[in-house]
Design a protein around this ligand. Structure first.
Ligand code: HEM
Length: 464
């Protein structure tokens, strides 16, 4: 652990370079990279008293993702529980029930109705940018805070519909909570310290109560409106509540549905799972398109050809092939979630490993994405063309492309995120061209997600 944290501290102190293709992995996962070089692809890291086995073999990765009963999520840390539990943390029947009830909210025909909300949020960000450009038509901008605000805005609109303003306030609190939780996780762990009446603990408890009360208020308002025959209004919360009510009615039993407290957790989770991840996808895309101007031009040409002045509906968006290839490649090189963990439920054999119960498994997504044996000699190069015939062709149907996880627990919001990102990028490309500012410092770092440590300073040029 000492070696691990000193390597992380050291790598964070030095920026990387966009020209150094090997530098990214060294900066983001220095210890994994060091272990790979020293021991090869199979190694164990001792996280305190817990052995963590790193798995890079595609067939074994597939087993871990598929055998849900044998490989389960890690026990949530008592402090991170403040962020959100919900679907992402559940196991067994509880997970299956929630996944079934939440699934309808992410069906394509439901996402189709959310397109106007995506456009509205994107439009507001672009209006702000347009005001910032000088008479020369350019400005330097750190786009990172704006992209984070954009994805918060989108989740608030699509999750809470008419209660959008209240949603934004809740998300401000959740953002503060996330920073406090990260601070707590980073500090020295003293068992039971979360119960000490420190300033931070008091604030965390107060935020938790406030968030829960506010979401409960929105849910009750929504339920009353639905009882009065207003329908679900097409937002994530409304659809989720409708699916819950149907389930309870079908089985004539309340245990078949989610409790209000569980619905509150799922709403918080939408924010955590969907906000930083999608803004991460957008920010690395704009950084890479600033460096690779040829791909920026190709993407813009496609957007103008396909969308022109047509209405940006889901059908048109689905025709953005180059943009899609670019997103796949960005998610390969800069996956917002750089690795996943599981724990072995009972003694088991995985390939040639005998894993005792309690062993932790790491699926090092980012290292798999950069593996030259898997992806070829240009694995660390930005080349969206590798996805020109889709993901299955690029991966030769192996389980090696994991930005959204894989198997039954694959990200439920994958289509939501990609549609949101396509709309935002298309709107930006229609109105701006962009390049790296001389003040841009390339420094990807892992917090909860992969983020630009010093922001993303670009020069934005307004297109005529
Ligand atoms: C680029 C954007 C996104 C990325 C890269 C991403 C990534 C992931 C990954 C890797 C997992 C699997 C976790 C695991 O197996 O342990 C996951 C699960 C999940 N994601 Fe996403 N996500 C994104 C956007 C979203 C959005 C927009 C939402 C919702 C609004 C969302 C909601 C969820 C939920 C609820 C789960 C848990 C699914 C389950 O356990 O059944 N994600 N995501």
């Amino acid at each position: 652990m000492k070696e691990f944290s000193s390597m992380v501290q050291e790598s964070k102190s030095k920026p990387s370079s966009l020209d150094d293709d090997d530098g990214v992995l060294t900066r983001v996962v220095p210890f994994t990279r060091h272990s790979l070089q020293k021991h090869g692809k199979n190694f164990i890291i001792w996280m305190g008293w817990k052995p963590t086995v790193s798995i890079m073999d595609p067939d074994l990765i597939k087993d871990v993702f598929v055998k849900l009963d044998n490989f389960q999520k890690l026990e949530p840390n008592p402090v991170t529980k403040f962020i959100a539990t919900g679907l992402v943390a559940y196991e067994g029947d509880q997970w299956a029930k929630h996944r079934k009830l939440i699934n309808p909210a992410f069906h394509m025909e439901k996402l189709k109705n959310m397109v106007p909300a995506f456009k509205l949020s994107g439009g507001e960000m672009l209006e702000k940018w347009e005001k910032l450009v000088t008479s020369k038509g350019s400005c330097e901008l750190d786009i990172w805070p704006d992209l984070q605000a954009l994805t918060s805005d989108v989740i608030s609109r699509t999750a809470f519909g008419s209660s959008y303003e209240e949603g934004l306030q809740i998300f401000e609190l959740i953002k503060e909570q996330s920073a406090l939780v990260q601070e707590a996780v980073m500090s020295v762990y003293i068992p039971g310290s979360r119960f000490f009446p420190t300033k931070r603990n008091r604030r965390m408890n107060a935020i938790d109560r406030k968030v829960k009360d506010s979401v409960r208020g929105i849910i009750n308002k929504k339920l009353r409106a639905m009882e009065a025959g207003e329908g679900n209004n097409g937002d994530l919360l409304g659809i989720m509540l409708e699916s819950n009510i149907k389930e309870v009615e079908e089985h004539q039993n309340k245990n078949h549905g989610m409790t209000i407290d569980e619905v509150i957790e799922e709403c918080k989770l939408f924010y955590f799972a969907g906000q930083e991840t999608t803004s991460g996808l957008l920010v690395w895309t704009m950084i890479l398109l600033s460096k690779h101007q040829d791909w920026q031009s190709r993407a813009r040409e496609e957007v103008l050809n396909v969308l022109g002045d047509k209405n940006m509906d889901l059908n048109a968006i689905n025709h953005l092939k180059v943009v899609n290839m670019i997103f796949h490649e960005v998610l390969r090189l800069y996956p917002p979630i750089i690795g996943l963990f599981r724990r072995v439920k009972k003694d088991i054999t995985l390939g040639r490993f005998s894993l005792p119960s309690g062993t932790q498994i790491e699926l090092p997504i980012m290292s798999v994405h950069y593996d030259k044996e898997i992806w070829g000699g240009d694995a660390n190069k930005f080349n969206p063309d590798r996805f020109s015939e889709g993901v299955s062709k690029a991966t030769k149907n192996q389980v090696i492309y994991l930005p959204f996880g894989w198997g039954p627990r694959i990200c439920i919001g994958q289509n939501f995120a990609l549609i949101e990102a396509k709309i935002a990028l298309a709107m930006i490309l229609q109105r701006f061209s962009f390049e790296l500012s001389p003040s841009y410092v390339h420094a990807p770092q892992k917090l909860l997600t992969l983020q630009p440590q010093y922001g993303a300073h670009l020069i934005m040029h307004k297109l005529q």
